[in-house]
Design a protein around this ligand. Sequence first.
Ligand SMILES: [Zn+2]
Ligand SMILES: [Zn+2]
Length: 365
Amino acid sequence: MKIMEITQFLEGIAPLSLQESYDNAGLIIGSNETECTGIITSLDVTEPVVAEAVKRNCNLIVAHHPIIFRGIKKLNGKNYVERTVIAAIKNDIAIYAIHTNLDNIAEGVNKKIAEKIALQNCKTLLPKEGTLQKLVTFSPLKNAEEVRSALFAAGAGAIGKYDECSFNVEGSGTFKANEGSHPFVGEVGTRHLEDEVRIEVIFPSFLQSKIVKSLKESHPYEEVAYYIHALENIRENVGSGLIGEMTNPVSEEELLRGLKNQFKLSVIRHTPFLNKAVKKIAVCGGAGIFLLPDAIAAGANVYITSDIKYHEFFDADNRILLADIGHFESEQFTVELLTEFLQEKYRNFAVLKTEINTNPVNYFI
Ligand SMILES: [Zn+2]
Ligand SMILES: [Zn+2]
């Protein structure tokens, strides 16, 4: 199996187009054409992780955090990023990052956190705008079904738990084929009137080229008329953070104690207890303080995230219990998530979790 097969599978789950503008997800080192010998999953890529991949005979590392995040102008090994990159290239190890695109899907990083806390009825905390588009096209009556089916097969017309959604209205189209054309119906040089169906379908932006391709392949006309509109609609299951409910409300202290256990934490930094029962909880793996206003607006009793700075704790302002459980700790189960995705798909293939703890933060207790 080529590495491409694996990267395409992962991009089917978390499309690269869902990554944030500052991110660098995707195949960072290596070639898609290389035959894969095995996969190591990890949160970070460090020199020891590359060495582990070599030792365990896996030539692909699938990590959450991209090892190359900013531009690199020299590669002489003067810092850990350059040394890791050099080690990977020398040993023919490919590195793939599935980062904010995995943070931004409902089945991603935060789903795993919610699962560990046993949150129910989870929803995306801040759904992404501008990720949906609409295609309008016009097909001859008798070809409409074929065109619709092709669009559906390419992923158009999926809305929530429904698919194959479209709107269709019959009308007539006109055209005059000019010199050199080969019209499907009508004659060159004469205006033709054809009974057509106007078909409208919604689709996520990242599928645009696939959908236009399937439209052109399934449509009988030499020149296919279509419009693509950007939509303001939000996609409910794509975006940042997650909010869910506890089946049975717990006290703030019980919640933090449970977190300590489940996430193997030596410490939790948090704002003062509000002495209220905890029912609704918002979570965001990694640095998620930007979602604090959304967590408050959504009525969360507690917001669990990481990388909170001193002054940002004040912003909780007795409206919510803010808990910082550590960046690595909050995202540690992402390794499990990636391994599950890959093992389920490639049952007889080596998909191994890293045995290295890459957390650079230590707690002196
Ligand atoms: Zn993340
Ligand atoms: Zn992170």
